[in-house]
Design a protein around this ligand. Structure first.
Ligand code: ZN
Length: 249
């Protein structure tokens, strides 16, 4: 029998094989070969400092910062001082705590997990702050506001909104509670408009048959040829020097 999905096994290979998630969907969008290698456990994406700073802030609001610091010694320098990135994270946490609107959005149930069926497959999702019958909020710590569309948070919003609707029957608005890592941190609450969420869900619906076929092993995964995983498995070939002038690839 399959184990239930819990906070402890949420990111385990078993649960990643069994469930789709927004991050897995985004992996497939970027590179099917790398996505499959991640699911099979043959490729692990390195944890960057930027990712770790986000997790540091997340775990503070979840009330699990002690455990996070214990599990991530990279937070400290060899002299056992907090690294500058995490001093910045502390500054951001302080700034967020001083803003009552931001704190209201962060006052929901933390890291609430839901599972549901959509596009012919089971999905898992985990919400940063879930205010039942009111809204879904995801906390983001970003370099600056302008780079946000690049990260396609609309896909996450679309799936979270749909998941909550399937599980509870309620269509809730989706917000991003965003703080920046700028010299002076900026902060705002962004609502992703319903029309944008609807478009994102439609896009997912169109891509899912292909991704499901690849995940089930019925179609071979395509290599993007450019990501770290593809570089790590490629064979060298002879190329024309001048092609570098054409597409700067
Ligand atoms: Zn690739």
């Amino acid at each position: 029998m399959e184990k239930n999905l819990t906070a402890d096994n949420y990111y385990s290979p078993e649960q990643n094989s069994r469930f789709f998630s927004v991050s897995q969907y985004k992996d497939f969008m970027k590179c099917e070969a790398a996505a499959m290698a991640k699911i099979r456990g043959t490729y692990k994406q390195p944890v960057t400092k930027a990712l770790l700073v986000g997790s540091f802030v997340d775990s503070y609001f979840e009330g699990t910062l002690d455990a996070f610091v214990r599990d991530n010694p990279a937070v400290f320098t060899r002299k056992n001082e907090l690294r500058s990135e995490f001093r910045k994270a502390n500054e951001i946490i302080f700034r967020i705590r001083s803003d009552s609107l931001f704190m209201r959005f962060m006052s929901g149930e933390k890291q609430r997990i839901m599972t549901f069926e959509l596009f012919g497959t089971p999905w898992k999702m985990k919400m940063d702050s879930y205010l039942e019958e009111i809204c879904i909020t995801d906390l983001k710590v970003v370099a600056n506001f302008r780079t946000m569309p690049f990260w396609r948070y609309d896909l996450q919003g679309a799936l979270y909104q749909k998941g909550v609707e399937i599980v509870t029957g309620q269509l809730l608005p989706f917000y991003l509670a965003v703080a920046t890592k700028e010299r002076v941190p900026d902060l705002d609450i962004f609502q992703v408009p319903q029309s944008t969420l609807d478009l994102a869900l439609k896009e997912m619906e169109e891509n899912m048959p292909r991704f499901l076929a690849v995940k089930a092993g019925m179609e071979p995964p395509r290599c993007c040829g450019k990501c770290d995983y593809c570089k790590s498995i490629k064979a060298a070939r002879i190329r024309n020097y001048n092609e570098l002038l054409e597409d700067r690839g």
